[in-house]
Write a protein that binds this ligand. Structure first.
Ligand code: MV4
Length: 459
């Protein structure tokens, strides 16, 4: 195992990784920007290295500064967390060139999967079902129209270099296609420096189901079952649960087995997530593979009892996978919600500011991952995730009640600060959600229903 790991991230995930290292007897160093000088991770780490100003470009996205920090402290490995450089194949390569272990898959695997068109082709070859559409990028509007006519409308034009909901356009009619095609290409060129796009049938009102996998560098892999992440607003997940509800045992098993097959086929290593869309008939379609530890990983940890960050560290250190598939027996239900400092009444605009009160919930089977504390100043520079509240229970009904109970306890206050808690409570209250029958359309439907104006609300 590594003697020292550099944590190249901030916020709750920096703390999460730091704790895993501590538990494994690994010394920790964390990088930080001037905006994070008094963060919990900086206080708790064995060492902390200032790498730049608040702007991410010049700190958490600055590969050279991070590699230099690793050299300075003598770290052997870099844990990138999620976001920032976590899925940047060039960064993984730079780490390798500097004798550092990047905690994630090999750079070649990362770049093959970062290209969504290439990922689609690799998964097709591994036998995974895909949404109907083009496999290779579509070079002209005429060809896009031909593919669309073949698979039927609505279609979705996706940037090969996109992913996670970035760089995609839904097209409902043939008349809209030429402009949507041109617009998506132009936007992809600006956003990613790569204007290749492909065309798929747009699957409406499906469920977003993903599978957690762990693969070592010796050809072994296991899956840790499913998560439903259909509760999203503009591709930001708000509520996640494991296992995916209201699916037959057969469908869950088939999706999980496919995910693992796909990951092993491309030489994936580490902790990964294979995303699918599942329709009302339980047909599933591969979307993409994520190469990082995900925000919602705790729900999988809670139903399997496996610490995913421990496993990432062991795999990166070359240890053969420590679990056989038969040993992974999911138990009960876990649900997580994100507490973002955003105002649900103002289009989820961030509400940075100082936390005057911050008292997270506690109690049985209740896990809070947060970097918040009373007096903490939430700056405007980074994403607005302040906390994740995850609960476990033997059944889904109790898990929902437990999460509601936990959210009622959470006391967060400060000048101007609002959180996503009231909106998440509406989700938990929704009849369809309660039954486990919900799709990616749920959030939009809830947002279309007017709520009490803010001044009449008690919290
Ligand atoms: C789709 C889709 C429907 N049909 N592709 C979004 C994130 C990225 N992983 C892929 N995503 C989707 N791809 C086809 N062919 C639906 C989504 C999608 C989604 C779309 C609109 C609103 C919310 C969504 C949540 C998850 C996935």
């Amino acid at each position: 195992m590594f003697a020292k790991v550099l944590i190249a991230n901030r916020g709750e995930i920096a703390l999460r990784v730091l704790r895993a290292c501590r538990e494994l007897g690994i010394r920790t160093a964390v990088v930080y920007s001037t905006a994070d000088a008094d963060s919990a991770a900086v206080r708790l780490a064995d060492q902390a290295v200032l790498i730049g100003p608040a702007a991410s470009r010049r700190s958490y996205l600055n590969a050279a500064a991070i590699v230099e920090a690793a050299r300075l402290v003598g770290a052997e490995a870099v844990h990138p967390g999620y976001g920032f450089l976590s899925e940047d194949a060039d960064f993984a390569e730079i780490c390798a060139d500097n004798g550092l272990t990047f905690i994630g898959p090999p750079p070649e695997v990362m770049s093959a999967l970062a290209d969504k068109s290439s990922a689609r082709e690799l998964m097709r070859r591994a036998g995974l079902p895909l949404p109907p559409g083009s496999v290779a990028p579509v070079p002209t509007a005429e060809q896009a129209a031909r593919v669309a006519a073949e698979v039927g409308y609505p279609v979705i034009v996706k940037a090969a270099a996109g992913g996670g909901g970035r760089g995609m356009t839904v097209v409902h009619t043939p008349a809209e296609l030429p402009r949507a095609y041109a617009r998506t290409r132009a936007a992809a060129q600006v956003a990613f420096g790569d204007d290749r796009v492909y065309v798929e049938r747009y699957l409406t009102d499906a469920r977003h189901v993903e599978v957690q996998v762990l693969c070592d560098g010796h050809g072994n892999g296991v899956h840790l079952g499913t998560r439903d992440c259909s509760v999203q607003r503009r591709h930001q997940k708000l509520v996640e649960e494991a296992p995916a509800p209201a699916l037959s045992a057969g469908a869950l098993e088939a999706i999980s087995a496919c995910a693992l097959r796909g990951a092993l086929a491309v030489g994936f290593t580490g902790a990964g997530t294979v995303e699918f869309l599942v329709d009302a008939e339980e047909r599933f379609h591969f979307l993409e593979i994520n190469c990082r530890i995900q925000v919602e990983h705790p729900v999988t940890e809670m139903i399997t009892g496996i610490d995913l960050v421990h496993e990432q560290l062991h795999i990166a250190a070359g240890v053969p996978l420590r679990w056989r598939q038969e040993e992974i027996v999911p138990h009960g239900v876990a649900i997580e919600c994100r507490v973002n400092v955003e105002d649900p009444d103002r289009d989820f605009a961030p509400t940075p500011g100082r936390l005057e009160r911050f008292l997270p919930p506690g109690g049985p089977f209740t896990r809070v991952d947060t970097h918040g504390r009373p007096g903490y100043l939430i700056g405007p520079h980074y994403d607005s995730l302040l906390a994740k509240v995850a609960v476990w229970a033997p059944d889904r009904e109790l898990a929902l009640n437990r999460l509601e109970r936990a959210l009622e306890e959470f006391d967060i206050a400060g000048p101007g600060i609002r959180t996503t808690i009231p909106f998440v409570r509406r989700v938990l209250d929704d009849a369809g959600f309660r039954k486990g029958r919900y799709t990616t359309g749920l959030v939009e439907r809830l947002l279309a229903v007017p709520t009490d104006p803010p001044h009449r609300r008690t919290r």
